[in-house]
Design a protein around this ligand. Sequence first.
Ligand SMILES: C[S@@+](CC[C@H](N)C(=O)[O-])C[C@H]1O[C@@H](n2cnc3c(N)ncnc32)[C@H](O)[C@@H]1O
Length: 396
Amino acid sequence: MGEAARALSSLSVHRGLDVRLSSHGSYPHPESVRAVNSTTNPSNSAGQAMNGDFNTHQSIQDYYGQVLKSSADLQTSACCLIESPPPHVLAALKNVHPEVKDRFYGCGSPIPPALEGMTVLDLGSGSGRDCYVLAQLVGASGKVIGLDMTDEQLTVARKTQSWHAEKFGYANTDFKQGYIEDLAAAGIADASVDLVISNCVLNLSPDKPRVFAEIFRVLKPGGELYFSDVFSDRRVPKALAEDPVMLGECLGGAMYGEDFRRMMAVVGCNDARMVSSDPLAVNNPALEAKAGNIQFLSNTVRAFKLALEDRCEDYGQVAVYLGTLAESPHFFDLDDHHHFVAHKPMLVCGNTADMLGSTRYARHFKIMGDKATHFGLFDCGPLPVGSPITSGAACC
Ligand SMILES: C[S@@+](CC[C@H](N)C(=O)[O-])C[C@H]1O[C@@H](n2cnc3c(N)ncnc32)[C@H](O)[C@@H]1O
């Protein structure tokens, strides 16, 4: 076991996370797991090896492959969009096949700006709705890879590939079958992706530390992780994580914000930013009773593959948004507390300066100053109310 794997493993054990690293290096192919599980002793499954007696992967494949046939079959509001997507995403959605949209189970719109020419990876791409939106935004010179483990979801995504290619005038999507915990097995090379997105999927993983390690392996330096998912205000008990409906509805595996922060620190990300956070109403009395006092949140989060500090430090740097993003000429929201008005200079901490100046956003910003002189801790102001992951994080 390597150093990073040892650190992740010890984090899982010591922090009491609901996940454990698998002892083996790679996972069997999802199709073979399914075949084994449906016919023989379930103790041979990858999901079981990772999570005691309960087979998380199998349970989720059954839920998204057999139980749910469309968004209308969902039993709660967890895998449902709370906020309306921005206008350019709504416009792109008009060009997505209805069958793909019928099987949308996302909880947000994890589609950041500045995408032209980018290579994007969608983890748990399902029927491909976000992939086909992204395919239009990255354009002919970009590429979108969708990865999912469930046959039925991939079948819908793949069967409309040529329909979408004809509509867009180019083919730039690739749907792979595999586990989000093992992107190497799916052929995703180190430092090969500009943007990793995910929509209501990471909560479903029985091995979240490994997913984050894989994400930060495949991201290019300066690359971005931007995802929407279900979070919780406390650790969800194991019994709920092993309840097929609670799990399948994206509640049983919800991430406790502080554990998320710890997992990110292990993979070298000290400053993940909350883009939006909305309380999530379960809207199902039986499942609400099981959840008890647990509060669920639908969060959209962004994190960069950058060497950031664990607190926001003041170097007197200033950032100016140049107003050059076609989808947002008047302002740019980095997170829930950085609203850049076009052409208006704004004092920023060192981490924010790097997020804007050492990533694909660099050509849309003018960053003034460097880190030669330190002026102390950056004055962050009050923490946003009800944002569990920002408390104690480096956020400013
Ligand atoms: C809630 S649905 C979201 C699908 C899609 N992102 C959307 O917005 O419609 C979860 C999807 O993630 C896939 N999935 C869950 N866990 C996975 C894992 N460990 N590896 C690969 N795919 C996974 C499921 O097969 C399912 O298609």
